[in-house]
Ligand binder design. Sequence first.
Ligand SMILES: O=C(O)CCC(=O)C(=O)O
Length: 279
Amino acid sequence: MERATDAMRLLIVGCRRLRRNMLLNPPSSVNAAPKRTKLSSTMASRRLVCGSSPEVLERVRGHVEVREDFISEEEERALLQELEPGLRKKRYEFDHWDDAIHGYRETERLEWGVACRPILARVRGAAFREGSALLGPVHVLDLDKAGYIKAHLDSVKFCGSTIAGLSLLSDSVMRLVSEDNTKDWVDLLLPRRSLYILRDHARFKFTHEVLKDQESFFAGGRIPRHRRISVICRNLPLSAEYQLMLCSRESRLRRKFALTSFSQHSLSTMCCLLKHHLC
Ligand SMILES: O=C(O)CCC(=O)C(=O)O
């Protein structure tokens, strides 16, 4: 399970739709370190969310969340201890001009050691309703200090409504930009060891990106971006189409992939479904 499978890659690529026009011609308010004039948020005790206007903050209320110190230093160490050996065997990828991510290596992990299992359970408990259909494998994304995630929009077709990510090793800034009006932006400060949750509108109506070190500012303050590892849990898409397909194919898939529970089904199964039945 150390190697990110082709299936995971397929899913991840499927989940990302780069906003090409934005990348080619970014709005000045987004590209340069923006003037942080209208800042407010009551979403957390320390200000971890700021935006271009009170209205845009209102639009994402309930759809974005950052929980500072979600894990302890000891828990961060346990996660790193489990992830580092596998990650170290991979090289950072820098040269895919079309990729949504620059300077990264990644893996997926279905089975976790005893020290990490309760952490993942807590993440899932915080982000997803009980009984939600979750993607079994957890996605682990290791961004080099020079790496960054470009603005992209998650696809409703391939991605569930919610993504929950732990940030290890470094603080960072995640920027959301409205699809309707690129002047509307929301920045999330993701402190090391925090958990962020993006839901619904924040995923599908706003692009999101993780800023490169040189552009990493929050509310006018510099946030140095070091190497950052994110540990990301997702739920499954529940479109009507998907549900329909799920009902009709479940028993065959159970047999084919020897699955015990659909909510535990492997990523490759899901990719297989997406590839053959939805695309
Ligand atoms: O590394 C992260 O926390 C963000 C990942 C991301 O943008 C995505 O999976 O769509």
